[in-house]
Structures are given as structure tokens and as C-alpha cells.
Design a binder for this molecule. Structure first.
Ligand SMILES: [Zn+2]
Length: 128
């Protein structure tokens, strides 16, 4: 029969290994799901949109964009500001559609069908 002390140490070592594995998994999980949307007040979100997406003026959060990746129209309100813990430079914008990996470069101003028709009519009138 083994001395009690040795048995205790073995159990302790096993528990320690399990703990290390658990810690490892916890770390990996944190890495694989990197950034969660940041809850921002309307003003702060607008400021974040202006700062991160410099290709647009962003006058208000109700401005809508068409995401060419998921084919959905999204408004500034729906766009998610996500970022890590590395400070403001790590912030980026995300389409609100789950699983859509588009960037602001993939967003265009939505063209309303009415506008297309008007342009079409104008073109025909001018062309005679
Ligand atoms: Zn999208």
C-alpha cells in the first residue's frame, strides 16, 4: 500500500494538470471569439463611425448603406463597433448580419429604384 502522502501528491499533480488544460482552453476560446460589439451612446457611435469609416461623412446614425457581401441594407445604428482591448486603434466596424465579414469598403450607398427610373427617364428624354 502506498503512503498517504504520496497519494495526495499524485492527486494534486493530476488536478494541477487538469487546471492547466482548463486554463488553456479558456485562453483559446477567448482568442477564437475575439471581439464583442461595444455598446456606445448614439453620439459616441457616430463619432466612431466617422473616425473609422473615413470614406463617408456620417451625418447621422440613420444613414443607410447596402452591404454587397450579405446583400442587406444596414443603417448606422445597426452597424456594430467592435474592438479588442488594445485601445481605440483596434476598433473596427462590422455589418450587423450574423456571419457577414464585410468591411466598410464593401458597403455602398443604396440606390433607390425610383432614382434609377428617374435617371432612365431623363436619359431617354434627353436622348430623344
Ligand atoms: Zn453584410
Amino acid at each position: 500500500m502506498r503512503p498517504r502522502k504520496e497519494l495526495y501528491q499524485r492527486n494534486f499533480a493530476a488536478a494541477n494538470v487538469l487546471l492547466q488544460i482548463a486554463m488553456k482552453f479558456a485562453t483559446v476560446r477567448n482568442v477564437s471569439s475575439p471581439s464583442r460589439p461595444i455598446r456606445l451612446a448614439a453620439e459616441d457611435k457616430l463619432a466612431a463611425l466617422r473616425r473609422i469609416d473615413k470614406s463617408r461623412s456620417w451625418n447621422c446614425l440613420d444613414e443607410r448603406l447596402y452591404c454587397t457581401i450579405c446583400k442587406h441594407e444596414i443603417s448606422g445604428r445597426q452597424i456594430e463597433v467592435v474592438g479588442g482591448t488594445n485601445g481605440l486603434r483596434a476598433l473596427h466596424l462590422k455589418c450587423s448580419t450574423a456571419g457577414c465579414l464585410s468591411t466598410p469598403d464593401d458597403w455602398i450607398l443604396p440606390v433607390k429604384l425610383d432614382t434609377v427610373r428617374e435617371i432612365d427617364i431623363l436619359f431617354r428624354d434627353n436622348g430623344g
